[in-house]
Every structure is written in structure tokens, then in C-alpha cells.
Design a protein around this ligand. Structure first.
Ligand code: TYD
Ligand code: MG
Length: 453
């Protein structure tokens, strides 16, 4: 059989060339040409295994919903992020920095899933012996878990066809290559083609599939975002390697919400689900120290309490530094400007560092008021009552705006022994009585300031 011909397609404008070029002649973008296999027109029609004729358009009321069969991975936090478990025939991409625990998570999940039938774990990064060592460490004893060290796509699919596993995991998709392309393994063209063929295979055979992917420094999956488009769910495993906590977050999920997160702790014997993340994130909190404020962030359906820390110190030389970890840098810059303008703090000659303790990342405006007060508290060297929780979005005029799910946040605070919550006044009005905790509503940062500083 003749080898399929390659063409080079610009990922930005779609122009095609017969050889690789550094710059697209059409849109003049650099490094956008990617090698692809040329598919003859006849074959293209049947790609994806769609050999049957598609049914004619039907009224939506008469359609049958797909039966919601899901397999539990045995890891509650993973199941929750997936929207209730692994859907057969779905492809899940798990990304994260090297060493964060992707292989560990996948091995633990596969061990449980292999109770339903054979599970095939393909590793292009580790030898079977290395995988065995890890499995021993995790205490995994799964007779149906098959381990295969291979990077050759055709070889992987051949085994998958022969074994017919309930789930196939490929760790990592960057190591897989197909001989149909001349591009080197790890190149964008190879990743794309390999992932596309694995996805095709999974869909046709109704096989659940997990692809592990490395992420680039910018935090996206290596290989352009094409991988995210191809799969049904894309999860990121994040955390700080200096901390044992790991957070699994969905950025895309065709079978569930993308708001849910899973919290894990990396232990000696693998990843352990964290049932009470708030208690864990607050465990090492210093008490009665200026610059420390506890806020409640809602991730999916769960409120999580975390500590925000700020340090404000006089700038020794040159321009003042502004460093944020775990919060949006621009958001913090805006809050600092509001503090200067509305509260008259002279922060210009000061370095300001703001950090979310525990290596967590918070994207919610509900953290605004807490971050602002933490900076003020450190600057004034006055402590904020450690038994008080602060929630609220701050507007440019210094007003405190309503945030969602205040009741869940206040209840979580009460559960952890907090005695007081500062919330936006408009949210407080809708709040039912929560036992054991006093709730104060504020309309402006001035009011919050008067109550706490
Ligand atoms: P790994 O799953 O190999 O990460 P990835 O596949 O994302 O690169 O896990 C890497 C780290 O986790 C490694 O540095 C050791 C640590 N680890 C534990 O602390 N406990 C364990 O039980 C295991 C298996 C790994
Ligand atoms: Mg790995």
C-alpha cells in the first residue's frame, strides 16, 4: 500500500503547502504549519466509522436520550469532576505539569475500573517495571489491569482491538507517534493525528479513553488547543509541587458541569481525596497576624474557605513591586488602586505581595473584599479578627457588590467555627438565619473597614 501523502496546513488560516515552511505565505503567521495526512476524498466521507446512513431530522420530543450509564472510577473526587463517573465511549484528557500526579491518578482510577473488565494502561514514558513499582506503592492489586509500554500508535490500537478493554489510558499523548507522518514524535502534527485516531477508535468501539497530556508553561495543553476540541472532557490537574494539595478542575465537559473541582492530597501511598478542604487549607493559618484574611470561594457546588495573605513593605530601591500568587494580578492591582483612591492609603512606595495560602488558585470576584482588607491590614499593621470571614466583590467606586451562594459560604464558616461573617448588604437581606454565626452586611469598603480595622 502506498504511504499516505503528507500536506502542511496552517493552523491559523487553513492555507496548505506541500512542504514545511516557517512562515505561512497566506496569513504570514510564524510556526503555524503542521504536517497532516492527506486523506483521499472517498475515505473522508466515511471517516469516524460513519458507515451507516444518518437518520433523517427528527422532532426533539421524539428523540430518546442516551442512557446515562457511567462507570465509577472509585475516586469520588474524580467522579464528581467528570459529572458522575466515566461515560463509556467518552475521551477524557488529563493535563498538568510534570510530577503533579497525573500517572498516579490514572493508575488508581484504572485499577478500580478494571473490576468491570480489562483495563489497558499504555505508557510511553515508563517501563512496565517502573509502573509495577508505582502500583506496589499504591497498593494496587488488579488482575485485569494490563500494562503496555508502547509509543507506536498502530501498535497501541492493535492491542486495544485485540483486548477490547473497558477503558484505555494513554500516558502521555505527546509520546505517541504514527508512522504515517514523517514529523518527529511530540510535534504538533503527530500529537494531533495520534489523538484524532485514538478518539475515532474510542467512539467507534464505545470504549472509554483517558489521554494524559503535558501542559506548556502558559498552562495550555502542549500542541495547540486542538486536543481540547477533540475530547469530551478536559481536566487540569493543578497544584504547587511544594504543597501536597492537588486540585482537579474541568475546563470542558460534555457530560457535566465545568465548575466542579476535586481536591486531593499527595501521600506516601498515592492520591487521597480530601473530604474537608476548608479545614485543610486553614490548618496552618497564623492567628492574630496582620495581613491575613479568610474568605470563602465557591467551586462548583462546594464552598471552600481559604486564607489570603498580604505583605506590604516599604520599597528599598526603584519601582515598587506587586506580586500575586493564586489571584489575578490585574484584579489585585485594581483593588490596590481603589484602596489608594477611596481610603487614602499611600501605597505607592511599597512593595505588595498577595498570596493564597496552600497553593490554591481563586478566580472569583467574591475574594475582592478579603484581598483588599488583607492589604490594608498589613499596611496598617493591624490584625483582622481571625474568627471573621469576609466575602464580597468590590466595584471601582468602592462599593461592595453581591455575590452568589452566600448562604453556602456562611454555613461552611459556621461549620468551621467562625463566629462572624462580613457579606455584601444586598446578599445579607436574602440570607436566612444561620445558627452560631453573626452576619454583618456592608455596602462599601468603608463600612467593612470600620467593622474590621
Ligand atoms: P506522577 O503521577 O508520576 O506525576 P506525573 O505523571 O504528573 O508526572 O507523580 C509524581 C510525584 O508524585 C512524584 O514526584 C512522587 C509523588 N508520589 C507520591 O508522593 N506518592 C505516591 O504514592 C506516588 C505514586 C507518587
Ligand atoms: Mg507521568
Amino acid at each position: 500500500m502506498a504511504k499516505p501523502k503528507s500536506i502542511f496546513t496552517c493552523q491559523s488560516c487553513g492555507a496548505q503547502a506541500s512542504r514545511w515552511l516557517g512562515r505561512c505565505p497566506s496569513c504570514e503567521e510564524w510556526n503555524t504549519l503542521v504536517e497532516e495526512r492527506e486523506v483521499p476524498a472517498l475515505k473522508l466521507k466515511r471517516a469516524g466509522g460513519a458507515t451507516k446512513k444518518a437518520p433523517p431530522p427528527q422532532p426533539i420530543g421524539e428523540l430518546q436520550a442516551a442512557t446515562e450509564a457511567r462507570y465509577s472510577s472509585g475516586i469520588d473526587e474524580l467522579d464528581r469532576v467528570l459529572g458522575g463517573g466515566v461515560v463509556p465511549g467518552s475521551v477524557i484528557l488529563i493535563g498538568g505539569d510534570p510530577g503533579i500526579g497525573k500517572s498516579t491518578l490514572v493508575l488508581q482510577a484504572l485499577a478500580h475500573l478494571s473490576k468491570r473488565g480489562p483495563a489497558l494502561y499504555v505508557s510511553g514514558e515508563e517501563s512496565p517495571q517502573q509502573i509495577k513499582m508505582r502500583a506496589d506503592r499504591l497498593g494496587v492489586k488488579a488482575p485485569n489491569l494490563l500494562v503496555f509500554s508502547e509509543t507506536h500508535l498502530e501498535g497501541i490500537l492493535e492491542q486495544a482491538r485485540a483486548i477490547e478493554p473497558v477503558i484505555l489510558a494513554v500516558d502521555s499523548v505527546q509520546t505517541v507517534f504514527t508512522e504515517d507522518l514523517q514529523a518527529t514524535p511530540g510535534s504538533i502534527g503527530q500529537i494531533r493525528e495520534s489523538a484524532a485516531r485514538i478518539v475515532n477508535f474510542a467512539k467507534r468501539d464505545d470504549l472509554a479513553c483517558i489521554l494524559v497530556g503535558h501542559v506548556t508553561k502558559e498552562g495550555a495543553f502542549a500542541g495547540p488547543r486542538v486536543l481540547e476540541h477533540m475530547v469530551d472532557a478536559a481536566l487540569y490537574f493543578e497544584g504547587d509541587r511544594g504543597h501536597p494539595f492537588r486540585i482537579l478542575r474541568a475546563v470542558k465537559n460534555r457530560f457535566g458541569s465545568t465548575n466542579e473541582i476535586g481536591v486531593f492530597e499527595m501521600k506516601q501511598d498515592g492520591l487521597q481525596a480530601v473530604e474537608n478542604p476548608s479545614a485543610l487549607f486553614l490548618a496552618e493559618r497564623p492567628v492574630d497576624v496582620p495581613g491575613s484574611v479568610v474568605i470563602a470561594s465557591v467551586e462548583g457546588t462546594r464552598p471552600i474557605l481559604v486564607e489570603l495573605q498580604a505583605l506590604v513593605s516599604a520599597t528599598a530601591l526603584g519601582t515598587a513591586r506587586r506580586t500575586t500568587l493564586g489571584l489575578d494580578h490585574n484584579r489585585v492591582a485594581l483593588l490596590i488602586a481603589i484602596l489608594e483612591k477611596k481610603m487614602g492609603l499611600q501605597l505607592g512606595g511599597h512593595d505588595i505581595f498577595v498570596n493564597v495560602a496552600g497553593g490554591v488558585r481563586i478566580d472569583e470576584p467574591a475574594a475582592d473584599l478579603g484581598a483588599l482588607l488583607a492589604v490594608a491590614s498589613s499596611f496598617l499593621d493591624r490584625t483582622i479578627d481571625p474568627q471573621t470571614l469576609v466575602i464580597g466583590e468590590v466595584g471601582l467606586a468602592g462599593e461592595v457588590r453581591a455575590v452568589g451562594q452566600v448562604e453556602a459560604r456562611v454555613r461552611e464558616a459556621a461549620k468551621l467555627g467562625f463566629s462572624r461573617c462580613i457579606v455584601p448588604e444586598s446578599s445579607r437581606r436574602q440570607l436566612p438565619e444561620v445558627p452560631k454565626v453573626a452576619v454583618d452586611g456592608v455596602q462599601s469598603i468603608q463600612q467593612a473597614w470600620d467593622l474590621l480595622l
